[in-house]
Design a protein around this ligand. Structure first.
Ligand SMILES: O=C(O)CCC(=O)C(=O)O
Length: 269
């Protein structure tokens, strides 16, 4: 098991999202990201919520989605390079080959795109499957040499995905979301379970505000591999911060060797 000592200061931009207004959303987010970068404790990682460019303006998503994600990629890359900060750019509505994906973008400190993950499990309760196309592959990426996994919102209801990523070496799972009331208990419990069962950090950034009939409750969370809450947001807008020490993953996995005790010959996974 890796013994590398990596400590990250993480900043989660928990904010409202204007429905169907990518320009306004970009302006607001850029301002908040600059604010996070200027903080006395400079973050190593900044993370944004799900579908922050358009919100759930699904009926117009074909016109609103960023073609090829080109505009978003350009300014996020520039931000990451200027500040030397890794950015998990939440997710955006991205148009590719005439289809629209809910895509998470990941940039390193040099502004290079490390990988992109398109949401695999589309959420029928919000009719995502009618307007969006499902991603085709789980994504494991490295930031500062730390293997990390990608999931988006509803994906956390599928423990198979987080487990697949953990088995491939993920030590942290990053989750942008737009998760509304009345399912706060589901949100907290599922995130906690993914952290404890996989003995990894769970870093989840949720939006706030009201959109149509949905009220989003914030409560962004950073949970450590032992299931302790490192930081939790309130219901309003804030830049939530927390410090994670990745060596704790190794310590917890040694203390309770869940991965060594798996009886994988008896499972499908
Ligand atoms: O699973 C849930 O309850 C919320 C999921 C969701 O809102 C989403 O995936 O966008």
């Amino acid at each position: 098991m890796s013994r590398q000592t990596i400590v990250w200061e993480i900043a989660l931009v928990q904010c409202d999202i204007a429905l169907g207004d990518p320009k306004l959303n970009r302006e607001r987010l850029e301002a908040r990201m600059e604010q996070a970068a200027a903080s006395s404790v400079k973050p190593d990682v900044i993370m944004l919520p799900e579908m922050w460019n358009t919100g759930y303006a699904l009926a117009q998503i074909g016109q609103l989605a960023d073609p090829g994600g080109i505009e978003t990629r350009s300014w996020i890359s520039d931000f990451a390079r200027r500040h030397g900060i890794q950015v998990i750019a939440g997710s955006i509505a991205e148009k590719r080959d005439g289809r629209v994906y809910n895509t998470m973008l990941i940039f390193d400190r040099d502004g290079q795109e490390v990988d992109a993950y398109s949401k695999i499990h589309l959420f029928r309760l919000m009719e995502e499957e009618k307007y969006l196309t499902s991603g085709e592959r789980p994504v494991l990426f490295e930031l500062d040499g730390v293997k990390s996994g990608a999931s988006i919102c509803y994906d956390i209801r599928f423990p198979e995905l987080a487990r697949t990523l953990a088995l491939k070496g993920a030590r942290a799972l990053f989750i942008p979301a737009q998760w509304p009331h009345p399912r706060l208990q589901h949100w907290r419990t599922l995130l906690m379970a993914r952290a404890i069962e996989n003995q990894m950090y769970v870093v989840a950034c949720n939006r706030t505000g009201i959109s149509g009939s949905d009220a989003f409750f914030g409560h962004s969370l950073i949970i450590d591999p032992w299931g302790e809450i490192v930081a939790e947001g309130g219901e309003g807008e804030e830049i939530m911060t927390g410090r994670v020490d990745l060596t704790l993953v190794t310590q917890v996995r040694e203390r309770i060797p869940v991965f060594a005790d798996r009886q994988s010959q008896l499972y499908d996974l």
